[in-house]
Design a protein around this ligand. Structure first.
Ligand code: KG4
Ligand code: ZN
Length: 339
């Protein structure tokens, strides 16, 4: 049985085809980075319009790579939550139309649960129950993932998400968009101990994150506590040291809170997903922590960390349980905990 999945929650238009055995036949991602770069961030209306233009060609390409026709598709999956509402609506409308015309079931997938399921797919075996850390542009959350579809929220960020902080610090340092990979490259040139930046709640016994103060601390370290920003720093030690110190502060917090979550839940598996988990320094430190804790770490390869439609294969679990979506399925911009 072949599933065709659609992802349009933010700035990647993606279509994947996978089987009920979780074999990925194609996973095509049309990035919109070049459209948003000049604005320094994702512009929701621009994203929605670009999804409209790109969705059908992306679907054609996914079918071509899988060597299949639409008639070979047995179910349509759409990631309908969370995300930018206009962007989500494009995928949801297309998925409904497709399911109706092909007369096949429609299934919904939650983008957050899907990010964790990407780790399950890469592992090629069951990883549940586990602690799940989702670190993306919109979310920084820890979950107790009892099954692929039962997540208890352990805690999350009270302000910025980790990826958002990477993007904003990249803008402060003049490193462009998207910020994560740019900050990571710059950090490799700097000294992570050069600046003592804040690590919110690090030693406190609560599973919460806050990155907004850290971002402001980078701004003050660069320009002093002034409301007028000076010029953007050029290449050199100042920029590299700030990038390295910032990245280290984010990683220290993500690793320590994941460790606390493992202890709290008594789980011995940690699954990580979302764009920030593409960060090599974070991956290395999570690996070292997991080893110290005697836990197994599951992080998907890069292509499955950032937004893609293959991770919507979490919906296969729904299909196995007979859970299908109605044709009046809504796009839900906020994470509901359940989908
Ligand atoms: O999961 P994702 O592709 O989209 C959302 O669901 O948000 O995550 C995008 C976020 C962006 O904020 C981006 O800057 C960040 O992931 N990111 C990284 C890296 N690659 C992407 N952050 C740190 N290091 C990276 N190498
Ligand atoms: Zn995402």
């Amino acid at each position: 049985m072949n599933f065709l999945a659609i992802e349009t929650s933010c700035d990647e238009t993606s279509v994947a085809i996978f089987t009920d055995e979780l074999q990925v036949l194609s996973n095509v991602v049309a990035s919109q980075i070049e459209l948003h770069a000049r604005f320094g961030g994702v512009v929701p209306e621009v994203a929605a319009r670009a999804h409209l233009q790109r969705l059908l060609p992306t679907m054609d390409e996914a079918l071509r790579q899988a060597n299949l026709k639409l008639a070979d598709i047995g179910a349509v999956v759409v990631m309908n939550s969370p995300g930018l509402v206009g962007a989500l609506l494009v995928g949801v409308s297309a998925a409904k139309m497709l399911a109706l015309t092909l007369d096949v079931p429609l299934l919904s997938a939650n983008h957050i649960e899907a990010h964790i399921f990407a780790a399950r797919m890469a592992a090629g075996r069951d990883i549940f129950p586990c602690v799940g850390l989702v670190v993306s542009g919109g979310h920084t959350s820890l979950f107790h993932c009892k099954t692929p579809l039962e997540f208890d929220l352990l805690g999350g960020t009270i302000d910025d998400a980790a990826g958002e902080a990477f993007d904003k610090v990249a803008a402060i340092l003049g490193l462009g968009f998207p910020g994560g990979p740019a900050v990571e490259r710059e950090a490799a040139l700097g000294n992570p101990k050069a600046h003592a930046l804040p690590r919110s709640f690090l030693k406190e016994d609560r599973l919460q994150f806050s990155f907004s103060g850290l971002k402001t601390a980078v701004l003050y370290a660069l320009h002093g506590p002034s409301t007028t920003r000076g010029p953007l720093p050029g290449p050199g030690a100042v920029r590299a040291n700030l990038a390295a110190s910032f990245q280290r502060a984010v990683i220290d917090v993500l690793v320590e809170k994941s460790r606390q979550a493992l202890r709290k839940t008594c789980e011995k598996r940690l699954a990580v997903g979302g764009g920030v988990s593409a960060n090599q320094a974070l991956r290395a430190d999570l690996e070292a922590m997991a080893q110290r804790e005697g836990a197994e770490l599951f992080i998907p390869p890069m292509a499955l960390c950032t937004d893609n439609a293959a991770m919507a294969a979490v919906a296969v679990e729904k299909w196995r349980r007979g859970i299908v979506a109605p044709l009046d399925l809504d796009a839900m911009p906020n994470y509901q905990g359940k989908n």
